[in-house]
Design a protein around this ligand. Sequence first.
Ligand code: 13P
Ligand code: SF4
Length: 306
Amino acid sequence: MEESKEKLKKEIERLKKEKNAIILAHNYQIEDVQLIADFLGDSLDLSRKAKETEANIIIFAGVYFMAETAKILSPHKKVLIPEKDARCPMADMVTAEELLKFKEKYPDAKIVAYVNTNADVKAVADVCVTSANAVDVVRKLDADKIIFVPDKNLAHYVAKNVRDKEIIPWPGFCYVHRSFLATDVEASRQIYPDAVLLVHPECDPEVVEMADYVASTQGMINLAKKLPARRFLIATESGLVTRMQREIPEKEFYNAGLPKVCSNMKKITLKSIYYSLLEEKYEIEIPPDIMEKAKLSLDRMLEYSK
Ligand code: 13P
Ligand code: SF4
């Protein structure tokens, strides 16, 4: 088993060099994948990396919308996702057609699309945001009324922090983050009363309310490094806790409650990455008109969050 894992890793390295490929991976990937990634990060840093890479091929170890985002930002690169069924259920909770119908009720509103959306939705949005920059981008946006899709919890968090704008939320949600219950988080706090509680804004408002800090996955890593505290309770997918334990061994990290798993993020393995590189599958393809419009929304986001 270990031997075949080592063999796979060697083959992946060989193919990467031969094809001038780069592996971008999200913080929720399994540890084996985290360890072979050229770059590991949150949605915002991964999209920046996708835009600036010199590689010919991007292997995206994450969910579909993330690989699509990489393709939109790097249209001349070949972008591959090792498992085409690795999708984010929240991103599938809104379509462009539904959104445009909804907007008829609010003709003067601007549309802000969380990056956890499919390309057709990004194409009809005015700007995209990630969990790292949503508050900042919405604050800077020239609009009094904003339709925010698809995460109602992130919409709620933004509304709380940008009081002078009306935020109209879409009723989407992340099943992983919604499974953090305030009672479980409180029980973890009783066990580690000195721990700093870091919460992802996709969690329900009562859990966000309990947080010492609300942050994206990369934001949590930065806080854990920067703060003097030694213990942290983490309310996001457990892959991030694995990364924090590995990279910041002098501090302690615990899941806030039972570990939560995004099953789609965990579909990608060393084997699927190997075959993805070898057979150059599964290639992300987006119709050119959607691609062009979606790129405007993503470029605007990167511009606002410089
Ligand atoms: P981050 O951008 O904070 O890594 O979040 C992505 C995501 O899908 C959270 O569930
Ligand atoms: Fe989507 Fe939630 Fe998984 Fe993130 S954790 S990819 S929002 S289902």
